[in-house]
Design a binder for this molecule. Structure first.
Ligand code: SAM
Length: 249
């Protein structure tokens, strides 16, 4: 039977497939992701209960196993055995977005490469490129620093490094509980740098707040920041066509 791409499915080979899942809008699952989840023998999930909700939504009934930061090393070996010895196709998902980006998956990929087990990665939802393009900041070069560290010393150092970047936009995942502290630190380091807080991407209350740390701080101190956040800091040098963009939010 043809799959959702209209093609006859290729002869199935035993492998591991990393499957990105929506970061807020269920419509962002891809046809290939659905085909893969339907075809796989088992789905390895960061949180089986959460993935079960996603699978149920798409009427996919599939056995699941857990793959999270605490069992990734041992589970990777089990997954490799399943593929190599039992000829299984294992789909891997995290709670949201691209597995392996601030989520489990990378150790498994690395173990599969070492064991020469076939691995494929599907394209799909991920907060980084979305926030970068949506912010309007330079996208030619960018640095992704994962979650900003909770400890203030390390966090300030990361911010200092971001402010030193000449041509690369800096991107960080940030908690809503810490965004005011982070903007306060940023304001003390450089009150003028073009900064963007991208919130709740792909969801009902998606917002991009752009401006310098002072204006963003004013805004985020007056509300209780909620939801998921990506923080972006522009580089020192902006391409000519973007220089006008560093205005008030
Ligand atoms: N693997 C995910 C991805 O591909 O984006 C990232 C997982 S990481 C554990 C979760 C963090 O990503 C959140 O705390 C937030 O910083 C960012 N994030 C995820 N979804 C988001 C969204 N819809 N809007 C803004 N930021 C988001």
């Amino acid at each position: 039977m043809a799959d959702t791409s209209g093609n006859e499915p290729p002869v199935r080979s035993p492998r591991v497939t990393l499957v990105p899942t929506p970061i807020g809008n269920l419509g962002d699952i891809t046809l290939r992701a659905l085909d893969t989840l339907r075809a796989a023998d088992v789905v390895a999930c960061e949180d089986t209960r959460r993935t079960r909700i996603l699978l149920n939504h798409f009427e996919i009934s599939k056995p699941t196993i857990s793959l999270h930061e605490h069992n990734e090393a041992s589970r990777s070996q089990e997954i490799i055995r399943r593929v190599r010895d039992e000829g299984q196709h294992v789909a891997v998902v995290s709670d949201a977005g691209m597995p392996g980006i601030s989520d489990p998956g990378l150790r498994l990929v690395s173990a599969c490469r070492v064991a020469e087990v076939e691995i494929e990665v599907l394209p799909g939802a991920c907060a980084i490129p979305l926030a970068l393009v949506g912010s309007g900041m330079p996208s030619e070069e960018f640095f992704f620093g994962g979650f900003l560290p909770p400890k203030s010393g390390r966090r300030v150092r990361m911010l200092e490094e971001a402010l030193e970047r000449e041509t690369a936009t800096s991107i960080f995942y940030e908690s809503p509980h810490r965004i005011v502290k982070t903007l306060t630190a940023l304001k003390e380091l450089d009150a003028d740098r073009w900064t963007c807080v991208a919130r709740e991407l792909t969801k009902k209350f998606e917002t991009y707040h752009s401006g310098n740390a002072v204006s963003l701080l004013e805004h985020f101190s007056s509300i209780t920041p909620k939801g998921e956040i990506v923080l972006l800091i522009a580089p020192k040098k902006l391409p000519k066509f973007l220089t006008h963009a560093n205005s008030a939010p």
